[in-house]
Structures are given as C-alpha cells and as structure tokens.
Design a protein around this ligand. Structure first.
Ligand SMILES: NC(=O)c1ccc[n+]([C@@H]2O[C@H](COP(=O)([O-])OP(=O)(O)OC[C@H]3O[C@@H](n4cnc5c(N)ncnc54)[C@H](O)[C@@H]3O)[C@@H](O)[C@H]2O)c1
Length: 363
C-alpha cells in the first residue's frame, strides 16, 4: 500500500510518496504542473538496470523530456559536472517553467538538486531516490550540494523539491555494499527519538545484515517520519535541532576523506556513530552501562574493515576542515541516551583519538 508523508514547511510544503504506485503518482503530479520541459538526471547504473521501467514511466509525461546520464561518484559531485548540466539545459532551451528530476542515489540527488536550485535562479525539482541511503535520508530535507577543493558538500543550497518519490523496487538491483551503506543512516535514526523506533529499526537492521526479509517500506517510512519531524522544526539548521541528524558525521566525513572515499558515506557513518558512543561515554555524558547495552544491541553490524587501518591523528586533523567545525574547533553530536542528544560538544584531541581507537577494537 502506498504511504504518504506530508512535509509542512513555511517555504514549500510537499509530499513524500512511498510504495509501488509511487512512480505513477509522480507522473500525475508532473503532468499537473503544465511544464515546458523535463530533464531526467539518471544514475548510469540505474538506467543500466531499470531502463525499461524508466522509459515506460516517463513516456507518459505531457512535456518534452530529455535524459542526462550521470556517472555517480564523489569526484563527479562537482562544479564541472554541474556546469555540464547547465550547458545541457541551455543547449536545449530550458526555461523557468521546466523541471529536473533526479533518479539515483544521494550523489545524483545532491548534484541535480544543486543544479535545479541555481539554474535560472531555481527551476522545479523532484527526487526519485534509488539507493537505501537516499530513500531513508538524502532525498528528504532539501539539502543539495557539491564537493569543492576536495571538501565534502562545501558548496550547496537548501532547496525543497516538489515531491519525493520512493519506489522501493529500485533496491532489488542495489549491491550489498550499498545496502550496508544505507544501514548507516538507519543506525543513526535508531538513536534520535524513542525506544519504540530504536527497537523497530534495530530489529530491521539485524535482518538486513543477516540478509533476511525486512519490512523495507515501513523502515523507510519510520526513518523519513523521524527526519521530517526534525526538518519541519528547523528547516535550515538555525535553531540547532537539525544538527542531531549529524550524529556520527564529524567522524564520518573525515573517515571518507582519509580513505580517499574508498570507505563510502554510510559505512563511514556507522564507524562515526560508534566513535560518538565511545566519545559520549569518555566525556561523561553517557553511562558505561548504556554504552555496553548499545554495543551489545548492535553487535551484528559489520564495520568496514578499511576503518581498522585509518590513522586517528590524520582523521583528527581532517576534522578541522569539516564545514560543521566553527573557527576550526571540532564540534560533535553526542548521546546521553536514546532521544537525548546534545550538539556542539567540543572534545580534546586525546579524547577523539581514544574514541576512534575504541571503534577500531570492535571491527
Ligand atoms: N542531501 C542530504 O541531506 C544528504 C544526506 C546524506 C548523504 N548525502 C550524500 O549522499 C551521497 C551518498 O549517497 P548514496 O549512498 O546514495 O550513494 P551514490 O549516489 O553514490 O550511489 C551508490 C552507488 O549505487 C549505485 N546505484 C544507485 N542506485 C542503484 C540501483 N537501484 N541499483 C544499482 N546500483 C545503484 C550508484 O551508481 C553508485 O555506484 C554522499 O555524497 C552524501 O554526501 C546527502
């Protein structure tokens, strides 16, 4: 059954549609917008596996439709690739009454969203996520961005889509490594609200890691409900509430960069969350008994073995360039307990290195 989530924002309220009818819903919505032109920015691997579905679905659009195939990697999440999209739009006479639809994972969504938000000062945009990570996280919340000067997401915008369309069937072709990457953000959501969500997400993560059937639609729905609840209350990360979505991410961004992006985002997030748990305990925010419970509850999670050889000192130095650091001071999102999160915590080099080394011990 199709599930819907209304995202209520002062700027642009919209709907998230999750389910097997989601693509049909998208076509109806796009046709109702009476657009002049549509650009599908499609991940190369998605078109390889789902070309028939995509062709059949978008043949039903009532506007002229073009495709731009993207080789989705962090190197191409760049100003150069954005420029190529601008050129494509200009060459094909796209005007302000046109739309970009991102069909792919977080890289495709972030890049296409950035292009949509800046071309002609903003044209319409729809997200159709195809990875687990993008279905539970990156397609929602309105953050777009590209990497610049080897720094992750250094340039970007807040730009809400017309709608987000989650068609879980896309996951049937997703490599296992990418499924585990999505698991990283699900792991994060487990800590953000209450023990109901904690146990539901933990049980489904356990099934995911043991390749058992999981309630995928309900898992996606639960994660997105949590994210929407946060984004609705702090759309542009002003009050600080939205920062809790960065649990584990100060570590994660540095792990990604230090590994030269061999460790992908979600896998880096898993390592980063474990580091945050150890840091929370050593700084006295979390009781040891709580830490042990969390480590025990999630002992089924397979950490990326590449994290074992990561150099803690280099990671610490890289953190100063994270865009969330203030005046080069590293800030962390830490945990007292499930649903009790603190943000903007400073930590010494010794404590940060301790947390990374403890994380390495559980690999
Ligand atoms: N905007 C946000 O709020 C936000 C939040 C979290 C992460 N992100 C960003 O998202 C990016 C990571 O996203 P991701 O993990 O989705 O990675 P991704 O977009 O690189 O996709 C991962 C891989 O899966 C392939 N792929 C995608 N869909 C597929 C499918 N259905 N079948 C087979 N292969 C498929 C892609 O080609 C790619 O090789 C990072 O750049 C990160 O910074 C953004």
């Amino acid at each position: 059954m199709t599930k819907k989530i209304n995202v209520k924002l002062s700027d642009k309220s919209h709907q998230i549609i999750i389910g097997n009818d989601a693509l049909q819903n998208a076509v109806e919505k796009i046709n109702s917008l009476n657009l002049s032109k549509c650009l599908l920015v499609i991940d190369k691997n998605v078109i390889k596996h789902h070309s028939m579905l995509i062709r059949k679905t978008f043949a039903l659009l009532n506007c002229k439709t073009f495709s731009y195939i993207l080789n989705a990697n962090e190197k191409n999440k760049s100003l150069t690739e954005t420029g190529k999209i601008y050129k494509f739009l200009i060459d094909n006479y796209f005007d302000r009454n046109s739309i970009i639809i991102a069909i792919g994972g977080g890289i495709t969504g972030d890049l296409a969203g950035f292009a949509a938000s800046t071309f002609l000062r903003g044209i319409q945009f729809i997200q159709i996520p195809t990875t687990l990570l993008s279905m539970v996280d990156s397609s929602v919340g309105g953050k777009t961005g590209i990497n610049f000067n080897s720094k992750k997401n250094m340039v970007g915008t807040f730009y809400q889509p017309e709608m987000v369309v989650v068609y879980p069937e896309f996951l049937s072709t997703l490599p296992k490594r990418e499924l585990y990457s999505g698991a990283g953000e699900i792991f994060k959501y487990a800590f953000l609200t209450d023990f109901n969500n904690y146990y539901f997400l933990k049980n489904n993560l356990k099934k995911l890691f043991s390749s058992s059937a999981i309630s995928i639609e309900k898992t996606i729905y639960t994660c997105l409900k949590i994210k929407v609840g946060i984004v609705e209350n702090d759309e542009k990360e002003i009050s600080g509430l939205r920062k809790i979505l960065n649990l584990g991410h100060t570590f994660a961004h540095a792990f990604e960069a230090e590994s030269n992006y061999k460790i992908n985002h979600g896998q880096a997030v898993i390592g980063g969350i474990f580091c945050s748990l150890f840091l929370s305990q050593i700084l006295g925010y979390m009781q040891m008994e709580r830490l042990n419970k969390f480590l025990n509850d999630f002992n089924f999670i397979k950490l990326n073995p590449g994290l074992k050889s990561i150099n803690s000192g280099s990671v610490f130095n890289l953190m100063s360039s994270d865009k969330k650091s203030i005046s080069c001071q590293k800030r962390f999102v830490l945990l007292v307990d499930v649903g009790n999160i603190i943000t903007d915590v400073k930590a010494s080099k010794a404590h940060v290195i301790y947390a990374i080394e403890k994380m390495k011990e559980i690999i």
